[in-house]
Design a protein around this ligand. Structure first.
Ligand SMILES: NC(=O)c1ccc[n+]([C@@H]2O[C@H](COP(=O)([O-])OP(=O)(O)OC[C@H]3O[C@@H](n4cnc5c(N)ncnc54)[C@H](O)[C@@H]3O)[C@@H](O)[C@H]2O)c1
Length: 435
């Protein structure tokens, strides 16, 4: 490897997943099946993508693990927390994402993944009623208990490095409030004072992870690490953080399709997105306070791609609406519809319809793998704080809103950021500009 400052990926990587539901079990099962040569990790950038490095005669396209040191899938060990006590095997069966034939060959390994008690507060997800929950005297105590779990898992598994990934239900929306979230000291005080409505359980997981030296990834739209207090903690502990919200179905399409409209200077009158979804995620999102968190995340995508201030004739007045409807018969097989009202030459209207019959967890699983492997890579490369190069995988990329930073939502600009970060961590120069 060309970069002598990149620590090699030696030993085991412990991935501790918050939530052992549809996404997590699909992710874990897929990794275990791939390890046995019984499945392919389709959709994973770290396992398939090749990046150009060098110029002229030196130019070549290399997979990530030939540019930077990466762990093999055999080096990963898993642990999880969940509100429900069922092990990863039962949970994978219950989720009905994968067929039994794709689960049975790794049954023993899945049976061994029994969820630790969750740091949970029912007020944050009213529709969940599991009892595998920690008894906590305060949010501070909650974080202390999670820290102990991380230490224990590290010791028992022999993992050299730990990454904590949130793939648990979406919590109710916690708007950033500078009184409690503005500084690390304020957040720690709020945890000690047990200010329950400002310190979400997810914040306790993130706090615990960073205090135990583990990078943290937020896969739901929760504002958990998207607050100045957590940015400060990540700086202080020199650990990378990333979030938020896996970019899977409709928003992937949106961030890839909106550039067509913007690049060809077509106008937009409105974009209506709706979904039907019948898994537990859909059930939780049926609660308006939980949906609000998702809505904020999903709405942010278009505004930074089709920008009113830059093209007032084209984008100053579009109506953007996103709905998710809980519809049990479809389970994890989400169906999304997008109706896009555009206009062209002399203002003449046209419509585009997109109907995406996707599988939510099948799309999310490779993102879990890539986010965990790449945030571990970032840590080994000495990067810390918000990892903007991981925006490619996220619906609502973290950015410093206190300084009016605009997030990059454009899928292809995000891809350039991803490639350049890998190049740089591999000791090559970043060579594609983002305009
Ligand atoms: N699948 C996708 O395409 C996609 C895309 C973006 C975001 N997400 C997000 O990923 C998350 C997981 O989705 P899913 O389909 O696996 O949901 P799921 O309901 O199947 O699983 C979530 C699990 O988290 C557990 N949980 C909730 N609060 C917890 C806590 N405080 N501690 C520990 N466990 C807790 C629940 O008991 C549940 O088993 C959701 O927040 C969802 O919004 C999914």
């Amino acid at each position: 490897m060309r970069n002598p400052n990149l620590k090699p990926a030696t030993g085991k990587l412990g991935i501790m997943v918050v939530g052992l539901g549809a996404v997590s079990t699909t992710f874990i099962t897929g990794v275990l099946m791939t390890r046995k040569g019984l499945a392919k990790p389709v959709g994973s950038m770290t396992q398939y993508d090749k990046i150009r490095v060098g110029r002229g005669a030196e130019m070549k396209y290399l997979p990530y693990n030939e540019i930077v040191s990466m762990p093999s899938l055999n080096d990963i060990v898993f642990a999880a927390w969940d509100v429900y006590p069922v092990n990863a095997y039962e949970s994978a069966i219950n989720a009905e994402v994968l067929k039994e034939k794709d689960i049975e060959p790794v049954k023993d390994e899945l049976l061994a993944i029994k969820p630790m008690k969750a740091a949970f507060d029912k007020n944050y997800a009213k529709r969940l009623d599991g009892d595998n929950v920690k008894q906590c005297t305060s949010r501070w105590d909650m974080a202390e208990q999670i820290r102990e779990d991380i230490r224990n898992f590290k010791k028992e598994s022999g993992a050299d490095r730990i990454v904590v990934l949130w793939a648990a239900s979406t919590e109710i929306y916690v708007a950033p409030d500078m009184k409690y979230h503005g500084t690390l000291a304020a957040l720690e005080q709020a945890m000690k004072d047990d200010v329950k409505d400002k310190v979400a359980p997810s914040m306790c997981y993130a706090y615990a992870a960073l205090m135990e030296g583990a990078p943290f990834v937020m896969g739901a739209p929760n504002t958990t690490v998207d607050i100045p207090a957590m940015w400060e903690l990540a700086e202080k502990t020199q650990l990378p953080i990333a979030g938020k919200d896996f970019k899977t179905g409709q928003t992937l399409v949106k961030s890839g399709f909106a550039p067509i409209i913007g690049t060809r200077m077509l106008g937009l009158n409105g974009w209506f997105s709706t979904n039907i979804l019948g898994n537990r995620d859909g059930l939780v999102l049926d609660e308006p306070a939980n949906f609000r968190t998702k809505e904020v995340s999903k709405l942010s995508t278009l505004e930074s791609i089709l920008v009113a201030d830059e093209q007032p004739d084209l984008y100053s007045n579009y109506y953007h609406k996103v709905r998710i409807n809980y519809y049990p018969p479809r389970n994890d097989n989400k169906e999304g519809w997008d109706n896009i009202d555009i206009f062209g030459w002399m203002g003449y209207p046209m419509q585009i319809k997109i109907n995406f019959l996707c599988r939510d967890s099948i799309l999310a699983a490779p993102l879990c793998l890539d986010l965990c492997l790449l945030i571990d890579l970032a840590h080994r490369a000495g990067r810390y704080g918000t990892q903007r190069f991981l925006s490619f995988f996220l619906k609502s990329p973290m950015h410093d809103y206190t300084k009016d930073e605009v997030p990059v939502n454009h899928l292809f600009q995000q891809y350039v950021m991803l490639k350049n970060a890998i190049r740089e961590m591999g000791g090559y120069e970043a060579d594609e500009e983002i305009d």
